[in-house]
Design a protein around this ligand. Structure first.
Ligand SMILES: NC(=O)c1ccc[n+]([C@@H]2O[C@H](COP(=O)([O-])OP(=O)(O)OC[C@H]3O[C@@H](n4cnc5c(N)ncnc54)[C@H](OP(=O)(O)O)[C@@H]3O)[C@@H](O)[C@H]2O)c1
Length: 241
C-alpha cells in the first residue's frame, strides 16, 4: 500500500520524537493524526504539516484517561475511515526516581503513561489495524533494552515491560498482518531531559541523537514491506555510555 493511502496516529506528537515522526510521516504522504495533552503544541504541528501541503488532524487528550483512547480512535476513523499505523511516543519520567526519594503517586503516574497508556492506545487502534494489517511503533527506551540504573525505578520497570507488550502483539496479532516494533532510543536531545535530576548542558546535548534521527528510524520501520517485521530497534548516539 502506498504511503499516501495510509493513516498514521502519533501520540506525543506535540514535541520531540513524536513531533519529528509526525512531520516525517506527513512528508511521506501519510495522513497523520496528532495526539498529546497540549492542544497548542498539536496545532503548531498541524499547521506546519498543512503549510507543506500535508494532511493532519489534532486529536488532543491524555493517554492515562481510560475513556480517551477509544474516543480518539473513533475520531480518527470518523475523519479518515482507517488507521494503518500507530506511533506511540507519549512518555513520562520524573526527577525523583530512586527508591529513597520517589513517591508512589509519582511511580503510578509514570507507569500509567509509559505502560498502561501505551496499551490503551494500542487496544483502541487494534480493530482498525486488523482490517488490512498494520504497524505499531512503540517508542520505548535504551533503558528497556539494557538496564540503566539512572533512568529510575518506575521508568525502568515500565519501559522494560514494553518489550513483552510488543512481543505479545507480534505473537497474537501477526495472523492479522499486524506487526510491532520495540524502538529503543538512547539519549535524545528533547524537552524530556528536563525531567532528569541533573539536566544535561549544551555540550552534553550536542552529542545526543536528534528527534529527526529517531524519526528516520520510525519511517524505516513504517516503510518496511508488509511481510517484514522489525521486532526491536536500538538506536543510540556514538557517545552513549
Ligand atoms: N529524550 C530521551 O533521551 C529519550 C530516550 C529514550 C526514550 N525516550 C522516550 O521517547 C518518548 C518521547 O519523548 P521525547 O524525548 O520526544 O520527549 P518529549 O518531547 O517530552 O515528548 C513526550 C511527549 O509525551 C506527551 N505526553 C506525556 N504524557 C502524556 C499523556 N499522559 N497523554 C498524552 N501525551 C502525553 C507529551 O505531550 P503533552 O505534555 O502535551 O501531553 C510530549 O509531547 C517518551 O516515551 C520517552 O520516554 C526519550
Amino acid at each position: 500500500m502506498a504511503a499516501q493511502d495510509r493513516v498514521t496516529w502519533v501520540t506525543g506528537a506535540g514535541s520531540g520524537m513524536g513531533r519529528a515522526a509526525a512531520l516525517a510521516a506527513a512528508r511521506s504522504g501519510r495522513a497523520v493524526a496528532l495526539s498529546g495533552r497540549r492542544a497548542d503544541r498539536l496545532a503548531e504541528v498541524r499547521a506546519t504539516i498543512e503549510a507543506a501541503g500535508g494532511r493532519a488532524l489534532a486529536v488532543p487528550g491524555d493517554t492515562t484517561d481510560p475513556a480517551w483512547a477509544g474516543e480518539a480512535a473513533a475520531a480518527v476513523l470518523g475523519a479518515w475511515g482507517r488507521i494503518d499505523e500507530v506511533v506511540v511516543a507519549a512518555g513520562l519520567n520524573e526527577p525523583r526516581r530512586r527508591w529513597d526519594d520517589q513517591s508512589m503517586a509519582g511511580f503510578e503516574a509514570v507507569v500509567a503513561t509509559n505502560l498502561t497508556g501505551v496499551a490503551r492506545v494500542v487496544d483502541a487502534a487494534l480493530p482498525a489495524l486488523r482490517e488490512r494489517g498494520g504497524t505499531v511503533v512503540v517508542v520505548s527506551s535504551y533503558a528497556a533494552w539494557t538496564f540503566s540504573a539512572g533512568s529510575g525505578v518506575a521508568y525502568s520497570a515500565s519501559k522494560t515491560a514494553l518489550g513483552p507488550l510488543c512481543r505479545t502483539l507480534n505473537a497474537q496479532e501477526g495472523a492479522h498482518g499486524v506487526r510491532a516494533t520495540h524502538l529503543c532510543p538512547g539519549d535524545v536531545d528533547t524537552d524530556f531531559l528536563a525531567q532528569r535530576p541533573v539536566v544535561p548542558d549544551a555540550d552534553a546535548r550536542a552529542v545526543m541523537l536528534t528527534p529527526d534521527d529517531v524519526a528516520r528510524s520510525v519511517l524505516h520501520v513504517l516503510d518496511a514491506p508488509p511481510h517484514v517485521r522489525i521486532d526491536e530497534l536500538v538506536i543510540s548516539p556514538v557517545a552513549q555510555r
